[in-house]
Write a protein that binds this ligand. Structure first.
Ligand code: CA
Length: 250
């Protein structure tokens, strides 16, 4: 398996063929060599591209040079702490999601970390499977396009994001760019209640306002009128009373 940081894909050789897979590029910032190496091996095994930084300064340099889809950031680091880094990156407008690695008993720092703009945190010692689940959840949330791709099934529809079309059997339905983003977000986050605040923040990239609420409701209504069989009883994008919306995918 070889990761190409320029083309951002992983080449894997299966019997008789070479498979290209687009995977996320992750920066592991961790001063403890054992943990760092274990993380690299594990993430590479799961097909991610991995870069390492051993302290805060190296992490700063790596982020200034490369574009990462996710950063695993140890809180206790020599030179520049994880906290300082996260704060600085967010002030600089860095978009890459950050998962903080914290030690037991650092609950206070953990909360501060989320305030500083971390997307999630995990407490050491953690199981690698748990970490993988967190990473995938954060990637789905922050980059639904990567999670589902350009062509995917959404309930009984076939979605073509590039063409802005969904197809039910032979019936083609045109969708707007915004509707495509909404569909992508639900498809990437199935079987989970998505609050209206979350949907608005992730799709519109803005904090919820009254006007935002109305804008979103209008878009959902319009989208439902295009894709639901019965708009009065939506079965694809369901309403969860008082909580938000949910797309169920068995
Ligand atoms: Ca540390």
């Amino acid at each position: 398996m070889v990761w190409d940081p320029v083309l951002r894909y992983v080449a894997k050789w299966e019997p008789g063929r070479c498979v290209m897979e687009q995977k996320a590029y992750i920066l592991v910032v961790e001063d403890e060599q054992k943990i760092r190496t274990a993380l690299r091996d594990f993430l590479e095994f799961h097909g991610f591209g991995v870069a390492e930084a051993v302290d805060g300064l190296e992490a700063e340099r790596a982020v200034a040079k490369g574009k990462f889809d996710l950063i695993l950031l140890d809180l206790m680091l020599p030179k520049v702490s994880g906290e300082q880094l996260c704060r600085k990156w967010r002030q600089d407008g860095l978009q890459s999601p950050v998962i903080m690695l914290t030690a037991k008993g650092q609950e206070k720092e953990k909360v501060a970390g989320l305030d500083l703009g971390a997307d999630d945190y995990i407490t050491k010692p953690f199981s690698l499977e748990e970490l993988l689940a967190r990473i995938n959840a954060v990637l789905r949330r922050t980059d639904p396009a990567r999670a589902v791709g350009q062509n995917f099934k959404f309930a009984d529809l076939n979605v073509d994001i590039a063409a802005l079309k969904v197809k039910r059997k032979n019936k083609e339905i045109e969708i707007t760019r915004r509707e495509a983003q909404i569909i992508q977000y639900f498809a990437a986050n199935p079987n989970r209640v998505i609050s209206r605040e979350e949907l608005y923040k992730e799709v519109w990239d803005e904090t919820m306002t009254d006007l935002g609420t109305r804008t979103m409701d209008m878009h959902i209504a319009k989208l439902r009128s295009k894709i639901e069989r019965n708009v009065a009883e939506p079965q694809i994008i369901k309403t969860v009373r008082g909580a938000g919306y949910k797309y169920e995918n068995e």
